[in-house]
Design a protein around this ligand. Structure first.
Ligand SMILES: NC(=O)c1ccc[n+]([C@@H]2O[C@H](COP(=O)([O-])OP(=O)(O)OC[C@H]3O[C@@H](n4cnc5c(N)ncnc54)[C@H](OP(=O)(O)O)[C@@H]3O)[C@@H](O)[C@H]2O)c1
Length: 328
């Protein structure tokens, strides 16, 4: 098995915190380096994780030693650099949200198809064993028929100059955190939900800081999704069925060494199943590399597209709604 050689465009925090280590730990990938607008930052990453500090984004893309490019750039830059990477014959693993709109998503997927390259969105949570366990609890009928999916993802505010607060860079909480709750609702209950309501608002910024979305899945499940920045940290979901409910904490991003925290409640009886910790970053990279090896990219194109369609519908619905304070 040949390892997929991955390099990163940008020395993003997420690269140093989890992804570079995961690229090293995954048996199917190799971390071959990083390019930064500030070469000193690239050298810092390389000192810690190995690989090469490329002199620029372009130099990285021209390198024959790179098979795939990881793109953890601000969302508004995803399209430009995804297209550049695809033009240079590189597969792409793009941080969520894949694009800042459906039209941009379509342009990137069209080029990926044309050049027969993989394009994938980095939703690592789909690859954590805790959610597959939850699926098995539902399919075993343990909580009866699921009726409601309730999801929360929020955190305290970021420093003032964070990319999430920049409209030009594609900031805003829907694309950054809300997208996980939309993704997990689709993961459990069906790809193509109807939007019942969507509100995005801000108190004093030009990007959305808070969001509340209601979805209706053809499977009969209603989802209530709430997300925000400048909130007490909350990262969980509950699936509420006719015979019980299941709650998962540290749902969307869970450190590789942290065991899942799950509660199943049925007729006032609590069960706290013990599951081992899992590294969803490594699992995610492993799937990315397997897909490259298989040459079958269609499932990944569909996954990216279907998420982008729901996100676009949410965005459009929110634009048509009266919002709490300043519309964004
Ligand atoms: N999957 C996950 O678990 C997860 C978790 C957190 C974040 N994310 C996603 O990862 C991405 C990065 O998030 P982060 O928190 O790591 O952010 P960050 O540290 O600000 O990283 C963004 C990087 O983009 C590069 N960049 C290029 N042009 C830029 C510009 N004009 N302004 C600012 N930065 C520019 C910078 O790299 P150089 O200066 O080095 O070139 C910067 O390090 C976001 O899309 C976010 O949604 C994913």
């Amino acid at each position: 098995m040949k390892r997929v050689r991955i390099a990163s465009l940008g020395a993003a925090k997420i690269l140093g915190k989890y992804m570079a280590q995961a690229m090293k730990d995954c048996e199917r990938t190799e971390f071959v380096g990083v390019a930064s607008r500030d070469p000193a930052r690239a050298r810092e990453v390389v000192k810690q994780f190995g690989g090469r500090a490329f002199e620029s984004y372009d130099a990285l893309l021209r390198s024959q030693d790179v098979d795939a490019v990881y793109i953890p750039l601000p969302i508004a830059l995803h399209e430009k650099w995804s297209l550049e990477a695809l033009k240079h014959g590189k597969h792409i693993l793009v941080e969520k949200s894949f694009s800042n709109g459906l039209a941009a998503c379509e342009r990137v997927l069209d080029l990926a198809r044309k050049n027969n390259l993989l394009a994938s969105e980095n939703f690592m949570c789909a690859f954590h064993r805790q959610h597959h366990f939850v699926r098995s609890v539902i399919s075993d009928g343990k909580i009866g028929e699921p009726k409601f999916f309730q999801a929360w993802f929020g955190c305290p505010g970021f420093p003032k100059d964070d990319i999430r607060y920049s409209k030009e860079l594609g900031g805003g909480v829907l694309g950054d955190m809300g997208t996980y709750t939309v993704f997990m609702s689709r993961f459990f209950f069906g790809e193509d939900p109807q939007i019942l309501s969507a509100n995005l608002w801000s108190e004093d910024r030009t990007v959305d800081e808070f969001g509340s979305v209601h979805l209706n899945h053809a499977s009969g499940v209603h989802s209530a999704l709430q997300f925000g920045i400048s909130l007490e940290y909350r990262n969980e979901y509950t699936i509420w069925g006719t015979k019980g409910y299941i709650r998962v904490e540290r749902a969307y991003s869970i450190p590789p060494d942290q065991p899942p925290v799950i509660l199943i409640r049925r007729q006032n009886e609590d069960e706290k199943p013990k599951l081992d910790s899992d590294d969803h970053f490594v699992n995610r990279l492993s799937e990315f590399a397997e897909r490259i090896e298989s040459g079958d990219f269609t499932p990944s194109y569909s996954a990216v597209w279907n998420q982008a369609v729901t996100m676009e519908n949410v965005r459009n619905f929110a634009r048509s709604m009266p919002t709490g304070k300043k519309p964004t």
